[in-house]
Design a protein around this ligand. Structure first.
Ligand code: NI
Length: 246
């Protein structure tokens, strides 16, 4: 069930049978010549919606904006500062905790969010400890692109050409989710340059002129995307069950 498509009474009834929720989080940032700006949000939400349907898990609204400062030299990218993202996540967590949710499972599609998500968790937990607030609250982060089945599939299909950004795996999954938005551009060179993204936006564009990092997303396909969805749902469901049953 998707929270955005539910009524408050349906959420109240859900809380009688479960206090867990999945929260997709992504980014709005360039993904090279054939990847969609929404890739990092589309991938985790597509996995979360499929999982939610199959296993009666509530899925919250997608956090579509993330920490993407290094992509800002490419048009269309929208970035939150780390401090803004932490504030948004903190208020999201506290809102859900107020209703009685005890297990918040963030399903992430963007490596640049990881530090801020963990900082938000630390902020909330520090606040509760300092104010001696009781009650169970468990928070976790699962990166869909780091799941075992998805990793193995990417390795078998692409090897080293998977790369680190605008990867064929994420491009495939976003294309499967949004077939009307499939792009035909063929990036050149086939495999993009490798390097570190620990830099500002202008330097990032110098290092990675078309936005890709070490990847060959011309290997992507809608058919691969369906396989990444299945792998991603299994990886996330395994992690969600381990989290909520612990
Ligand atoms: Ni991405």
């Amino acid at each position: 069930m998707r929270l955005q498509h539910a009524t408050w009474q349906e959420v109240e009834a859900y809380l009688q049978r479960s206090t867990g929720i999945i929260l997709p989080i992504g980014s709005t940032e360039q993904h090279g010549p054939n990847g969609l700006l929404g890739t990092d949000a589309i991938c985790p939400e597509t996995i979360a919606w499929a999982l939610g349907e199959r296993h009666d898990v509530l899925v919250g609204p997608t956090q579509n904006l993330g920490m993407a400062q290094h992509h800002l030299a490419f048009p269309g990218t929208i970035s939150l500062r780390p401090s803004t993202l932490v504030a948004v996540l903190r208020d999201t967590i506290l809102s859900l905790a107020r209703h009685g949710f005890t297990h918040l499972f963030f399903l992430n599609g963007h490596g640049g969010n990881i530090a801020s998500v963990n900082a938000a968790f630390a902020e909330v937990l520090a606040e509760r400890s300092l104010q001696r607030q009781g009650g169970q609250l468990e928070l976790t982060l699962h990166n869909w692109f780091a799941g075992r089945r998805g990793r193995e599939l990417a390795e078998s299909l692409y090897g080293d050409a998977e790369g680190g950004h605008a990867t064929p795996s994420e491009v495939s999954l976003s294309w499967f989710a949004c077939p009307a938005a499939v792009k035909t551009a063929i990036p050149s060179p086939h495999v993009a340059p490798k390097g570190s993204a620990r830099c500002d936006a202008d330097e990032f564009r110098r290092r990675f002129p078309d936005g890709r990092m070490g990847s060959a997303p011309s290997l992507a396909s809608v058919e691969h995307g369906e396989r990444f969805l299945e792998a991603g749902v299994e990886d996330a469901w395994e992690a969600y069950r381990a989290f909520t049953e612990a």
